[in-house]
Ligand binder design. Structure first.
Ligand code: PLP
Length: 432
């Protein structure tokens, strides 16, 4: 007898490729059948049979205030009553732009989009238009959405001109993308020495959250800033995930680095489709209608997303908000780590602000992974066992060893204790 989820998945697959509208939802990495969710509130998410899960995915990051936050929902309801989209400027867009520019010192002007992918794609076009150069640099294991030039990984060797990782991306596009190992200052220096005057921009996840979680060294970021400044390239921080997540000023606040452009998404729309890119006035003024770099969107700056974002920023800017979320992460991760250590499970963990990473390494010698190769060397089977054990116990983690965990301000000590207890049980089974 198939379970309800299996039946729903079969039904979904009839007209939706793979049954999902974004591949990671398909549980391909961990095996098994995805859980169909139908409602959420606070720290919890509920499946179609009303089974409750403590949620550490948070819709892949946006839900830092927890699900269905009353203030956000009221703002969206009020916005819907006033009409869904006008295709004209609104004061709500100005408010969100003012708020972000006030909070993030490197952002002097900002343009809204409807997704993180559009934000990074547009930032790259802008960097190319501004510099008049074609080549872009990205890092292995960093994800910047699914636009053509960014679906590229390194070949073997330290420096390599990219090859597409997706069918349908012309090799001609990919040849302009240079992919370097993450967190490797020397590779950045070598790259600029070789191609410096051809590089339009360097785009980086300033804290990597798409190869599990890596907080790179300060030296890596200092080198990026220094090389881009010297080489006349635009430094783009992709803070779609880390923006307003690891702290009010994001990863750039943590490292004290001023990128030239920053991409946002996820949190700024409180769960509605959104993205944004902003930065130095001189660069941003190159976008149409001021400049010659074209960028547009029928639903960009959509009033529902903007009004949800405005409501959410009221809470994010309250003193102590991020310390509160970070304390919850510390409590949870330290608790899970302690129980793993006690039971002889080779777990490594990392955390910053409202984000955390859990790695199952293969032996006691291996430290917290620092780049993509070290992440891929982890024990994926162990992660999958852990994931399913937690899922059975009502703990919803991201269904992939390459993803991170997200905390909300609504997770209670009870939630965190229940999660640590579930982890202890799963570790006991794994150790047996
Ligand atoms: N950049 C980063 C760092 C992301 O994590 C993501 C999505 O997870 C994106 C860009 C793409 O954003 P979206 O899925 O909204 O297109």
């Amino acid at each position: 007898m198939s379970t309800k989820n299996e039946q729903l998945f079969l039904q979904a697959k009839k007209h939706i490729p793979g049954g999902v509208n974004s591949p990671v939802r398909a549980f391909a990495g961990v095996g098994g059948t995805p859980v169909f969710m139908h409602k959420a509130a606070g720290s919890k998410i509920y499946d179609t049979e009303d089974k409750e899960y403590i949620d550490y995915v948070g819709s892949w990051g946006p839900m830092i205030l927890g699900h269905a936050h009353p203030k956000v929902i009221d703002a969206v309801k009020a916005a819907a009553d006033d009409g869904l989209s006008f295709g004209t400027p609104t004061t709500f867009e100005t408010s969100v732009a003012d708020t972000i520019c006030d909070i993030v010192p490197s952002v002097e002007m900002i343009r809204m989009t409807s997704s993180g992918t559009e934000a990074t794609m547009s930032a790259i076009r802008l960097a190319r238009g501004y510099t008049g150069r074609d080549k872009i640099v990205k890092f292995e294991g960093c994800y910047h959405g699914h636009s053509d030039s960014l679906l590229v990984k390194a070949g073997s060797g330290m420096l390599d001109i990219g090859e597409p990782t997706s069918q349908g991306v012309p090799a001609d596009f990919a040849k302009h993308t240079i992919t370097l190992p993450y967190n490797d200052p020397q590779a950045v220096k070598d790259c600029f020495e070789k191609w410096g005057d051809e590089i339009a921009c360097v785009i980086v996840e300033p804290i990597a959250g798409n190869m599990n979680m890596i907080v790179p060294t300060q030296e890596f970021h200092n080198t990026l800033r220094e090389q881009c400044t010297q080489g006349g390239a635009v430094l783009i921080f992709d803070e779609v995930m880390t923006g307003f997540r690891v702290g009010l000023r994001g990863a750039q606040g943590h490292f004290g680095i001023k990128p030239d452009l920053t991409c946002f998404g996820k949190i700024i729309g409180a769960g509605l489709p959104v993205g944004a890119f902003g930065g130095k006035r001189e660069i941003m003024e190159c976008i149409a209608p001021m400049g010659g770099v074209y960028q547009a969107g029928t639903l960009s700056g959509n009033p529902l997303a903007m009004r949800a974002g405005i409501a959410m920023f009221e809470d994010l800017t309250v003193d102590g908000f991020y310390e509160g979320v970070a304390d919850k992460v510390t409590y949870l991760v330290d608790g899970i780590q302690a129980t793993a250590d006690k039971q002889g499970i080779e777990l490594r963990s990392t955390k910053l602000g409202g984000m955390f990473g859990l790695f199952f390494v293969k032996d006691s010698e291996t430290q917290v992974p620092q780049n993509f190769d070290e992440v891929t060397a982890c024990d994926m089977d162990k992660f999958n066992t852990f994931f399913h054990g937690m899922l059975e116990r009502g703990i919803y983690l991201a269904p992939s060893a390459y993803e991170v965990g997200f905390m909300s301000s609504k997770h209670s000590t009870e939630d965190l204790d229940a999660t640590i207890k579930a982890a202890a049980e799963v570790f006991a089974e794994m150790a047996a």
